[in-house]
Design a protein around this ligand. Structure first.
Ligand SMILES: *Cc1c(COP(=O)(O)O)cnc(C)c1O
Length: 423
């Protein structure tokens, strides 16, 4: 779709016409476009160029290896599809699902949380179903941020934190993340005037795009900061189950004592179970904030398809199975791809940390190149698609992101091509 406004007409004033109140209704009508001004406040979409070049390369018949999109390449597990197929035959599932999720869905989430994190949740008030966690994250500012109040947003970060805040009329204050400080925001550097007027803080660990994990001590400091300034923490834990060190499972912020007073956490079935297309996730934690989010949702959507909720239940109940862990767990599919990519890039002279979680590799750009230049060159000269870090925010400059959504042998092939690049 071409960008820009549909109508860019100036009011037509013919010579001799008097500009008076009678003509202004017509003039205003001509000035109206089918595009609200708030859309102009959204940051530019920086992947357009790389997207265009990728499509050109594919159309030209080049053998493109795509590490761009953060979308699992494997199909949803068979046992989940079976559960959904069965649920399709239940007529109750053909009706509006409505509300915060079925009792069974919420109870299953609570059981998962107790087992995985040792956190007790009241399934009546502390769990709500979402049409994917992005949906919940996007609606949250509308539920809790008043116009003019700040949301604190990590930079680099997942774009919906910004767009949801803008749609709610809130202001964005970016918290820069740096490698030297483990990609954790420096809370003490948030100006006190901003902290005073802030209502919400987004955190995302394990992190997209940097693949960093937050130790529990950081989450404790964040809860302390949020309590002091009366800020709601929205912890985006979409990758909490994709981790490679069995001894260090990423924590939930709700493990911090007192966190339920100031935090909610977003979880997603998408990456855990190869279910991005199904659209299902959940939010847990502070009951008042969840009720506010549910109120927004009740006014714009009618719940998660019952079949999808049953599929999610089936997945969560077998999250520790070999079938699921063989993809997301220690030694699993993503872990093996990670080793091929990171070891390969390192022997090619790149400086890359080995991620302990997520299915991303966040690689520092070779000296002298910015992220757009590196992504463009990898595509032009190696037919390899990556995402330039600057696309995730200013502080993402200097890095490119590889998604581990390419098989091992193709990944090895990509690494060979990258190693052959000169200079
Ligand atoms: C993929 C992703 C999500 C959203 O996943 P859903 O499919 O909407 O559940 C949320 N946050 C981050 C950081 C992600 O990468």
């Amino acid at each position: 779709m071409p960008g820009g406004r549909l109508l860019c007409l100036s009011p037509l004033v013919l010579e001799g016409d008097a500009i008076d109140n009678h003509s202004s209704a017509t003039d205003n009508a001509i000035m109206k476009s089918w595009r609200a001004n708030r859309l102009d406040e959204l940051p530019p979409y920086l992947f357009v160029e790389i997207d265009r070049r990728k499509r050109e390369a594919i159309a030209a018949g080049r053998d493109v290896i795509d590490f761009g999109v953060g979308d699992p390449d494997q199909p949803t597990h068979e046992f989940i599809i079976e559960a959904a197929a069965k649920a399709l035959r239940t007529p109750a599932n053909h009706r509006y699902p409505l509300g915060i999720g079925t009792a069974e869905f919420r109870q299953t989430v609570a059981s998962f949380f107790a087992q995985r994190f040792g956190v007790t949740l009241d399934p009546q008030t502390e769990v709500i179903a979402l049409i994917g966690s992005k949906e919940g994250l996007g609606h949250l500012p509308t539920a809790v941020v008043n116009p003019g109040e700040f949301a604190l947003i990590p930079d680099p970060g997942y774009p919906v934190y910004t767009s949801g805040t803008i749609f709610a009329g809130g202001k964005c204050h970016y918290m820069p993340l740096f490698e030297e400080t483990g990609w954790l925001p420096a809370l003490e550097e948030i100006p006190s005037s901003v902290a005073r007027d802030a209502k919400l803080m987004f955190l995302n660990y394990p992190n997209n795009p940097t693949a960093a994990c937050a130790p529990l001590e950081f989450l404790e400091r964040a809860v302390e900061f949020a309590s002091e300034h009366r800020i709601l923490i929205a912890s985006d834990a979409a990758y909490s189950e994709v981790f490679f060190d069995a001894d260090q499972p990423p924590p939930s912020i709700l493990q911090v004592p007192g966190a339920k007073d100031v935090a909610i956490e977003f979880h997603s079935l998408s990456k855990t179970f190869n279910m991005t297309g199904w659209r299902v996730g959940f939010a847990v934690g502070n009951a008042e904030a969840l009720a506010a989010l549910a109120k927004v949702k009740n006014n714009v959507d009618s719940g998660v398809f019952g079949v999808v909720q049953e599929a999610a239940v089936a997945g969560l109940r077998r999250i520790t199975s070999a079938e699921v862990q063989g993809h997301i767990g220690p030694g699993g599919l993503y872990c093996r791809r990670r080793d091929v990519l990171v070891d390969g890039l390192r022997s090619a002279g790149w400086s890359v940390a080995k991620p302990q979680a997520t299915f991303y590799v966040w690689a520092r750009c070779p000296r002298g190149f910015d992220s757009m230049a590196v992504a463009n060159r990898l595509l032009a000269e190696a037919d390899v698609v990556t995402i330039p870090g600057v696309g995730f925010g200013r502080s993402g400059e200097g890095y490119v992101r590889f998604a581990l959504t390419v098989g091992e042998s193709r990944t090895a092939q990509a690494v060979e091509r990258i190693a052959r690049l000169k200079g």
